[in-house]
Ligand binder design. Structure first.
Ligand SMILES: C[S@@+](CC[C@H](N)C(=O)[O-])C[C@H]1O[C@@H](n2cnc3c(N)ncnc32)[C@H](O)[C@@H]1O
Length: 275
């Protein structure tokens, strides 16, 4: 998202203090400019703290580095760009009930946000590894301290074979715009008898592009199920996109390209290494 002039001028004003987890503007702004600045800081993840000792926007991550990069490029990744819509607690509850987590069960959350699923899953005894692309949310996940492993990466760039083991459960709410791609990739991290549960846009059930059609064919072969979620389930997170839960249970010898399937593929010989 582009940082418009006006707001940019305030943020780069030498009197503005951007340090640690806060942005402080120690001078008067007119109402309209303040509103624009406030909206932008909220979009980045900040909250106005009016207490006398603070009187600043505070952030759940170190905003200084983030601001330096954003001001240098005059843009920052918005909620919309990254499909950042945290899963509301009632949906997390539904996911975890269906996942039937038992003590010590291994779980992957491959687009973990700020840990809406990670926290409650560990609360039920799961051992969770997670991946997230955004450095702000990575910081929150590390502060949360619930996951065994927090990886800052583009999940789609990770190779399942680099992980020694698959996961008994993959629980995910990926960005809606690339949900099919994320779920297909996530199957590669699932144990041969594991279960994947994903929040997906309802449109995954009728989009007619080739990737989505092939995805639905695979879901049907694996006897996966699309379960409608109540209307406006994601309204608390700021979107009315209709959503479903996809539940797929893998089985040994089944049609899914699971972690085991990837491991069983012959490795390509590095002929140059032998020479
Ligand atoms: C819809 S939000 C859901 C967050 C979290 N799963 C939850 O349930 O609250 C999607 C998350 O995916 C992250 N994301 C987007 N693209 C990604 C990618 N390629 N690899 C890893 N994470 C990604 C976004 O930053 C965002 O935090």
């Amino acid at each position: 998202m582009y940082i418009p002039s006006g707001v940019y001028d305030v943020l780069t004003d030498p009197r503005t203090v951007i340090t640690g987890d806060r942005v402080q503007i120690p001078f008067e702004l007119d109402r309209a400019l303040y509103e624009r600045l406030n909206n932008l800081l909220r979009e980045i993840g900040g909250r106005w703290d009016g207490r006398k000792a603070v009187r600043a926007h505070t952030f759940p991550f170190p905003v200084e580095d983030f601001m330096r990069e954003s001001l240098a490029s005059r843009e920052f990744p918005s909620h919309f760009d990254q499909g950042w819509y945290p899963t509301p607690p009632s949906i997390v509850h539904d996911i975890l009930e269906r996942a039937a987590i038992t003590e010590g069960m291994s779980v992957l959350e491959p687009s973990a946000g700020t840990g809406s699923i990670v926290g409650p899953a560990t609360g039920r005894g799961a051992v969770v590894d997670c991946v997230e692309i955004d450095q702000r949310r990575i910081h929150v996940l590390r502060e949360q301290g619930a996951a065994r492993q927090v990886t800052e990466a583009d999940f789609l760039d990770l190779d399942p074979v680099d992980r020694e083991h698959g996961y008994q459960r993959v629980l995910m709410n990926p960005p809606f715009s690339t949900a099919v791609q994320h779920v297909m990739h996530a199957l590669g991290f699932l144990d041969d008898d594991g279960t994947l549960i994903a929040v997906m846009p309802e449109a995954s059930q009728w989009h007619s592009d080739r990737a989505t059609v092939e995805f639905r064919e695979l879901v049907a072969l694996a006897e996966g199920e699309f379960i409608p979620l109540p209307d406006r389930s994601f309204a608390p997170s700021g979107t009315y996109v209709p959503t479903v839960l996809l539940v797929i249970e893998a089985e040994p010898g089944g049609p899914l390209l699971t972690h085991g399937w990837h491991q069983r593929q012959p490795r390509q010989l590095d002929l140059f290494a032998l020479a």
